[in-house]
Every structure is written in C-alpha cells, then in structure tokens.
Design a protein around this ligand. Structure first.
Ligand code: SF4
Length: 341
C-alpha cells in the first residue's frame, strides 16, 4: 500500500463534511463556467436542457476539471447542452425496458439471481448520459414503513442471492437508514452478496465516513462496490485514498465505465483509465456502450470505433486490465458482449 492511501477517516479540518458538500454542489451552469474561467456564451444553447434536467456538480469534482477548457472531459459529462433537446430515432425514455422489470415499487428485477433496490432517488452529480434520467422515481421512492413489501419480495424468491443498491445514488441516503436496510437484507438467509453502484465516493470522497464503514463491514453479506469512473482525470489523491480505505476493509472494488464521445473515446484515454483504476485498487470490469436514452445521443460513438477501442486495449494491456465491452438490451437475460454485434 502506498503512502497516499494509508487508510484513515480522520476528518480534514479544512474540508466540509460530505452532507455539506452535497448541499453546496453547483446547480447553475453559469456559476460552473465562471469557476472554470470559461466564456458564458457557451451556455446559449443549454438553457432548455438545464430546465429539463438540472445541473448538479459537487465542488471536489469541479476541482479536477481543467480551467478554461470547454472540452474538458469531466465538464462534458455534466454540462447541459442544447443537443439534449433533439429527438433522435432509436433513443427513448426507457432504453433498458425497466418499466417491464419493476414488479413492485422500489424493486427492479431484470436478471436471474439478482434484484436491484432503488435506495435513493437523489444523486450527488447529474450525469448527462444517465440511462435513468427519465426514470419514474416518484413511483419508486419508499418511506421506511413501505420497505416491508420489498423485503417480502426478496424473501419469497429463493433464487435471489445478490441485492444491488442503486438509485439515484444509494450513498445519497444517510448511514442510519443504510445500516437499517442492510440488516433487514442480511436477515434473509438466501441473500449472500450486496452490490452497491455509486458515484458518490468518486465525486465526494469524504462520503466514506466511519459510520458508512460501520454498516459496510458489520454485515455478514459479502460487499462489492461498483464505481462509475469514465476518465482517468476523475481519479485524484482523495479518490485513491478513499478506495484504499475501502480495500483495507475488504470491500471488493470494481469499475464500470460508459463509452462517451469526446470524453473517453480514445485508446490512450481508456488505457490510462485502466492503469489509474488498478493503481487505486479498483478492477476495470465493464465498459458499456451508451444506453440509448433520450437526451444523450451526442455521446454516442459508432460501432466500428468501439471495435477499434476494444482491440487497442487488448493489444496494449494485460488481460486483467481490459474491461468487458458490453451493452444492455431490454428483455434479454444478461448483458451482451459488444463483439457479438
Ligand atoms: S444514477 Fe448514476 S449515472 Fe445517473 S445521474 Fe445519478 S450518479 Fe449519474
């Protein structure tokens, strides 16, 4: 373990707590561009997009963006653009058919053996390519007293061995709630694993507090955390330290990325990403083709380019650093290999 990832959670006296960083996230595109010394005329085409789905970016993430560069790959992931308002054939509000895989409120059950819980409708960051940007969270947000129906669903299906915490971002929920729900899940004997899909430890690394580590480690469930990191510039010292802390507590760390035009659609960027992930103790696991959600078509890259990127990674990286290139198709029983297209 290198010196910069010595595990500890002592609060940094100069850093606000994660809840404050969540509350002070930037919600105005003009303010974001001002902080980055970027000409506000770039916003001309984005007002409608911002009204349709607001911007949200925590400051620790903004600090990793390059000043003065409208094409910064982190900025591009969060800045509303006028092109989001275009209707593009093949793109829809529910590209993965989750409406048909939502048996009861708060539960998405697409694949054998795994069920996903909508733990929180909120996110720390609004990623413009998000496949759930039109998800009906209002129909899937449960009060504490309403969760019993979901626990009954999990208890009654003996085939489910893994529960996935998702959202929104599940770590946007508070640790008391997460401790409570994790104890409820662990009380179901046939559940073996807990998988947590989150961007919070990336965008606000101080989210991993002692109370968070408590519920992550007090459970009998084997815990896997899946990070969503798309570009090597997203990984800084604080991110490496947080990943080291989780590793130290035996949390398995995997990463999944999304292929995004003008963000990570170059072989060198993806190679650097795999190497940076591994240095941080996170295994590159999946790289997804963009889910064809309305508003994100400007991130799509062609199939030939995807194949070239996959081959470049195979040519230049050891096998364990090459993520699986996959896509999701509504109604299928698993993710599909992109090479099968
Ligand atoms: S659900 Fe994940 S990808 Fe979607 S906006 Fe939230 S953090 Fe981003």
């Amino acid at each position: 373990m290198t010196a910069d990832i010595i595990p500890h959670t002592s609060p940094d006296a100069h850093q606000p707590c994660w809840q404050e960083q969540l509350a002070t996230a930037i919600r105005d595109p003009a303010e974001l561009l001002k902080r980055l010394n970027i000409d506000p005329t770039h916003l001309d085409s984005s007002i409608e997009a911002q009204q349709a789905w607001s911007i949200r970016v925590p400051l620790p993430y903004v600090q990793r963006m390059r000043k003065g560069d409208i094409n910064d790959p982190l900025l591009r992931q969060v800045l509303p653009l006028g092109s989001e308002m275009l209707s593009v054939p093949g793109f829809s509000n529910d590209p993965l058919g989750e409406e048909d895989a939502n048996p009861i409120s708060g539960v998405v059950h697409k694949y054998h053996g795994r069920a996903l819980l909508i733990i929180s409708p909120a996110c720390a960051i609004h990623c413009r390519y998000c496949f759930r940007r039109h998800f009906p969270y209002e129909d899937n947000s449960l009060g504490k007293s309403e969760w019993q129906t979901a626990f009954d669903y999990l208890s009654n299906d003996m085939s489910i061995s893994e529960v996935i915490y998702s959202g929104g971002d599940p770590l946007a929920a508070n640790d008391n709630f997460l401790l409570w729900i994790t104890e409820k899940i662990a009380a179901i004997p046939h559940i073996k694993r807990l998988r947590i899909h989150t961007r919070l430890p990336l965008v606000i690394p101080s989210r991993i507090t002692d109370s968070c580590l408590h519920w992550l480690t007090a459970t009998r469930l084997k815990v896997v955390m899946v990070w969503h990191i798309n570009h090597p510039n997203e990984i800084d010292h604080a991110v490496r330290r947080t990943a080291g802390l989780l590793k130290h507590h035996n949390i398995e760390l995997l990463n999944q990325s999304v292929l995004l035009k003008q963000v990570n659609d170059s072989a060198q960027t993806l190679i650097s990403l795999s190497e940076a992930l591994f240095e941080a103790g996170i295994l590159p696991y999946y790289i997804h083709r963009l889910d064809k959600v309305d508003g994100a078509a400007h991130f799509d890259i062609g199939h030939d380019k995807v194949q070239q990127l996959q081959q470049a990674l195979l040519d230049f990286l050891p096998g364990y650093l090459v993520p699986r290139f996959v896509f999701e198709q509504a109604g299928t029983s698993s993710k599909q290999a992109l090479s099968s297209l």
